[in-house]
Write a protein that binds this ligand. Structure first.
Ligand SMILES: [Ca+2]
Ligand SMILES: [Ca+2]
Length: 649
């Protein structure tokens, strides 16, 4: 996205000081902390201070109209509906609160100028590779912020579930590493304040939606990081959780409304049964238990059926996109909110940013249930709608079914049943009819909630050649198959986690990237610091990620796949191609331990169509992985066991 640099700088300078002034003024909290002219989203300020109920609000500009003031059940809130004239001069305005007892109080509020082209920003998609990292575990660029006087949990790298000190500066310091690897987007797990007393590093129990956790940095540093990433051609995705907040959130002990969160006589956990949304036979009581139960004891469950709450969550997402210049949002626990409410939330964001990408975590094990949540735009300009009339408005969902399939497939290298081995992947992809756009699914080998592939494809011991071969094949699949590949930090070096952490939960697959901390004995950010095995994995990944950017067949082309069968029972062959066949890629993944021979004639339907389009029946390719030249001929194509070919014709 091209931007007017001067405008961006001026907006940044103008907003940074004012944004913090609005949130830190003694006794009064104002959210969102600033806003912009020319926004589609209606603006409702949430004011929080003792005794606000009954107060009036005025402002020193004809260009800003206080349309309505709403009181909450708590006496300490005001919700102020504002209308901002399109021609309002960007700047700082003074609002006056007139308390019922005659007292007055003023606060400054900044209405800035939007970034040029902000509304039209285009989100991430199939041309991208998304790098998922946990900021506490990737790199520690600032040891001074490992603990903060403002936060409860202090840094302690010895605790597997503790705060290890990774931060935004650490990401900033390794942008060159990431650009060299070939990723084009970064998705960090949540970076806003999580102030739980323990186990806060994951960030999913938010304590302040408008503040970057000080152990990660500041709002200003975050904005600088996104800008620096953009300079290197890397997009940025923010992880936002509209389903729940944290018990340490500032509003938890003074809720504006009793139904701001879902409350139960005693702690009630969600039944996690998200199937009720799409199940035509579901009992309402089961569905209610899913959407109103808490995800965990530290995570109050938000009620987006409360219109103020819904508006609050729409605004905060819009605010971060505009403030930080984002390219995407990853939505945690998407189906744990009532489906009408989460749909309204998503639609509210897309109203402001029609071409933006939100990807929802809809963690189901079968394709039909995942596809229910795909609510992408259709060719006629509407949104994909299910047979029962529901649309989520969600542009992208995650292909958990493919992850399940490949997890099983790549460890089955011998002695197969009919639907075993790589056939599992073929079978999963063959269900793509359920999607409106299967090319726009987020695909992944693993994420932060699953064991790493170096564990799943091997043992609890350190990875060996077998794990490497399986992981290379899985990587070839991920980076050439349809979809938007998402990569989990450290898999490029076969990160594994120590054996003593077996059975100790998710910290096992969230270990620190070696070399990310000052004084680390090993620095795997450099080839010199990696083992031979790690370098082979890194080079395989890097080669494919860098090449992928150059291949329209893979990033925008079609897919045709051939069933693993007969002598090729554990070999997956598929083609990616542009409609004009000018870019044609043949992928061969031999998941079996034995070498195989491919008969070119079996793939005649592709080569005949390409020959007709190109006016030649001579096809010579380069294997992107080995550099070898391969020509279609009457001789069979030999593929060694446990290897893959990526032939670009
Ligand atoms: Ca730090
Ligand atoms: Ca919920």
């Amino acid at each position: 996205m091209k931007k007017n640099l001067l405008t961006t700088i001026l907006a940044a300078v103008g907003l940074s000081s004012l944004a913090s002034a609005a949130t830190t003024q003694e006794g009064l909290r104002v959210e969102p902390p600033c806003w912009w002219t020319g926004m589609e989203t209606p603006l409702t300020l949430m004011l929080h201070a003792p005794g606000l109920s009954g107060a009036g609000v005025s402002v020193d500009s004809d260009g800003i109209t206080v349309k309505a003031v709403h009181y909450a059940e708590s006496p300490n809130y005001l919700f102020v509906d504002l209308e901002i004239a399109d021609n309002l001069t960007p700047g700082e305005y003074t609002f006056t609160i007139n308390y019922p007892d005659g007292k007055t109080e003023t606060f400054a509020y900044s209405i800035g100028e939007r970034r040029e082209g902000s509304r039209e920003r285009v989100g991430f998609g199939p041309s991208d590779v998304v790098y998922l990292l946990m900021p506490d575990r990737f790199a520690n660029g600032d040891k001074k912020n490992d603990s903060s006087p403002l936060t409860a949990e202090k840094g302690n790298r010895k605790l597997p579930g503790g705060r290890h000190g990774g931060d935004l500066q650490g990401i900033m310091d390794h942008l060159d590493y990431l650009a060299d690897l070939g990723i084009t987007a970064i998705w960090p797990t949540p970076i806003t304040l999580d102030n739980e007393p323990t186990y806060s590093y994951h960030g999913y129990a938010c304590a302040d939606y408008y503040q970057i956790d000080p152990r990660y940095g500041s709002n200003e540093l975050y904005r600088s990081l996104v800008a620096a990433a953009h300079e290197k051609g890397i997009k940025f995705i923010q992880d936002i959780v509209p389903n729940h907040s944290g018990t340490a959130h500032w509003w938890y002990n003074d809720l504006p409304f009793q139904d701001w969160i879902h409350q139960h006589p005693t702690f009630t956990r969600s039944n996690y049964a998200m199937s009720g949304h799409s199940d035509p036979h579901a009992a309402q009581t089961d569905l209610d238990a899913c959407v109103t139960g808490w995800f965990d004891t530290s995570m109050p469950d938000m009620n987006l059926s409360n219109p103020y709450c819904l508006q609050y969550y729409i605004q905060l997402a819009v605010w971060w996109i505009e403030y930080a210049d984002l390219d995407g949002i990853r939505v945690d626990t998407y189906p744990y909110t009532r489906k009408e409410d989460i749909s309204a939330w998503t639609a509210g964001i897309l109203k402001e940013f029609p071409n933006f990408t939100l990807v929802g975590e809809c963690w189901f094990h079968n394709t039909q249930q995942i596809a229910y949540w795909e609510g992408c735009r259709t060719a006629d300009g509407g949104f994909k709608t299910n047979a029962d009339g529901y649309t989520s408005h969600l542009p992208m969902v995650m292909d958990f079914a493919l992850t399940d399939a490949l997890t099983e497939a790549f460890v089955q290298n011998d002695n197969l049943g009919y639907d075993d081995g790589i056939k599992r992947v073929y079978n999963s992809v063959s269900l793509d009819f359920a999607y409106y756009n299967p090319y726009n699914l987020l695909t992944f080998i693993t994420n932060h909630d699953m064991e790493r592939p170096a564990i799943r494809f091997g043992t609890y011991k350190d990875p060996d050649e077998t794990v490497l071969a399986r992981m290379k094949n899985a990587t070839t699949l991920l980076l050439t198959m349809r979809g938007v590949p998402q990569w989990y930090y450290g898999d490029e070096i076969l990160m594994h986690g120590p054996e003593e952490m077996v059975g100790k939960g998710d910290a096992w697959w969230r270990t620190d990237f070696p070399g990310g901390w000052p004084g680390d004995k090993v620095n795997a950010f450099t080839s010199a610091g990696r083992t031979a095995l790690q370098n082979e994995m890194f080079d395989h990944t890097r080669t494919l990620m860098q090449w992928r950017k150059t291949s329209p067949a893979v990033t925008a082309g079609k897919l045709k796949h051939f069933m693993p069968f007969g002598d090729l029972v554990n070999t997956y062959v598929y083609f990616r191609y542009t409609p004009d066949f000018k870019d044609l890629v043949m992928v061969v993944i031999n998941n079996g331990v034995e070498p195989v021979s491919l008969d070119w004639a079996h793939y005649a339907e592709i080569f005949d169509a390409a020959a007709a389009a190109l006016g030649t029946d001579s096809f010579t390719a380069t294997d992107i992985l080995s550099g070898a030249t391969v020509s279609r001929s009457t001789e069979p194509l030999a593929v060694p066991g446990m290897t893959s070919l990526v032939l670009q014709f």
